[in-house]
Design a protein around this ligand. Structure first.
Ligand SMILES: Cc1cc2nc3c(=O)[nH]c(=O)nc-3n(C[C@H](O)[C@H](O)[C@H](O)COP(=O)(O)OP(=O)(O)OC[C@H]3O[C@@H](n4cnc5c(N)ncnc54)[C@H](O)[C@@H]3O)c2cc1C
Length: 378
């Protein structure tokens, strides 16, 4: 077992830290473009498709660098949904035509991608969505090109809803020969049949651009990702990539938060006595460090498992669950350490807490992930 990163991974991490700083200097709507220009949106996509060709461990380390430098968790969530939720899934499960059609554009950030799965009635239980994928003419949905797929559904909380040019849509597989209900996934380009409503007023993660998106359109039959009726497996692959890696940036953000908190504790004098002399304060820092290190271990463990071709379903759930909860607890500690100042918007602690809260909901709530881990235990 080797816990050290190689030179190439360290260089990439440094490059992404610089890119994160540049993105942070840009106006908020421009930040994703800056990440695309710096090749961050295609790091793990194969070189033959125009991506960086990095493994997922290296990519996680790169996103850790971005998260350290760029204090915009919403934009980094959007980048992660694009690269891990969609691009990695196409690369693993897509046909050669689908890869050739989408991966070069996704790698360069010319097209932004996102997952459209959540609906009001089914919520966390994606198996029960009402949205549909149906072969035009009512025949069995087909994975070969030639026919048309009719895609209908009303999705909510979709990241990058107004900007995405590609949606990984999850719907009921209508017209399946099997009597058992099943799902299908389709790669849906933005056309006039994709209607986005105004963005939600979110508590945090503003740069993620969440909105409701209604789909009612026909796409080429070749847009089916995976076999007809295999949508649940496709969705699980997408969620495994996303859960393993979408919060890798958080590791960097947690590290920065810990360093800032440590500086504050050293510098803050209470009637001439350093806050750093109080065990209550230093133990908060120690717990932040413990959470950071355990979160890092789980993210890299899941990424490593995926790099070696493992399924990593449970490892990814464990990583996402723990990083999200650890980030939330540590953001709360960072705020509390600053006392009244921490509660002022101008110091950013409250915003980071709101951002961290969102992390416990997307890509599977902590309750749902706990269910997956419990099932893993048998
Ligand atoms: C910031 C953010 C980004 C998002 N991005 C996307 C996106 O890009 N695409 C997309 O499709 N969706 C996205 N979502 C939606 C997100 O995946 C859902 O909000 C989440 O899966 C929960 O679904 P729900 O909101 O319907 O809540 P519900 O499923 O109604 O959950 C309500 C409560 O029930 C609990 N619960 C649900 N099921 C179980 C269970 N089996 N066991 C125990 N408790 C359970 C939940 O933990 C929660 O406490 C995003 C959400 C957020 C907040």
């Amino acid at each position: 077992m080797d816990f050290a990163f190689g030179d190439e991974e360290r260089r990439l991490h440094e490059r992404m830290r610089e890119l994160g700083l540049r993105a942070g200097e840009a106006a908020s709507p421009r930040r994703l473009e800056v990440l695309g220009e710096g090749a961050a949106l295609g790091l793990s996509i194969g070189r033959e498709w125009g991506g960086g060709g990095y493994g997922l461990v290296a990519t996680a380390h790169a996103y850790e660098g971005l998260g350290y430098a760029l204090d915009d968790a919403g934009v980094l969530l959007a980048a992660g949904a694009h690269l891990f939720g969609v691009a990695a899934t196409i690369e693993k499960l897509g046909t050669r035509e689908q890869k050739a059609e989408w991966l070069p554009r996704l790698a360069e950030g010319r097209v932004l991608a996102t997952v459209a799965a959540t609906e009001e009635a089914s919520g966390s239980n994606v198996a029960e969505v009402d949205g549909t994928v149906q072969a035009a003419g009512g025949r069995t949905a087909q994975s070969e090109g030639g026919g048309l797929l009719r895609v209908r559904g009303d999705k909510r909380f979709v990241v990058s809803a107004a900007r995405a040019g590609l949606f990984l849509f999850v719907g009921k597989n209508l017209g399946a020969t099997s009597t058992r209900p099943s799902l299908s996934c389709a790669l849906v380009p933005r056309t006039e049949g994709v209607v986005c409503e105004g963005p939600y007023a979110l508590a945090g993660l503003m740069g993620a651009g969440l909105a409701r998106v209604r789909f009612d359109l026909a796409v080429d039959g070749g847009a089916m990702l995976g076999a007809p009726g295999a949508g649940m497996s496709v969705f699980q692959v997408a969620m495994t990539f996303e859960r393993a890696l979408v919060l890798a940036f958080r590791l960097g953000a947690m590290r920065r938060e810990l360093e800032e908190s440590a500086r504050f504790v050293k510098g803050r004098k209470l009637g001439g006595v350093a806050l750093a002399s109080k065990q209550a304060a230093t133990h908060r820092l120690a717990r932040m460090k413990l959470r950071l290190e355990t979160a890092r271990s789980l993210v890299y463990r899941a990424a490593w498992e995926l790099d070696r071709g493992g399924r990593a379903h449970a490892e990814a759930a464990l990583a996402k669950w723990h990083v999200a909860e650890a980030a939330l607890e540590s953001s709360l500690d960072a705020l509390r350490l600053r006392g009244g100042e921490g509660y002022l918007r101008e110091h950013g602690c409250a915003q980071r807490l709101d951002d961290a809260l969102g992390g416990t909901v997307h890509s599977g709530t902590s309750d749902v992930l706990a269910d997956i881990v419990a099932a893993w235990l048998g």
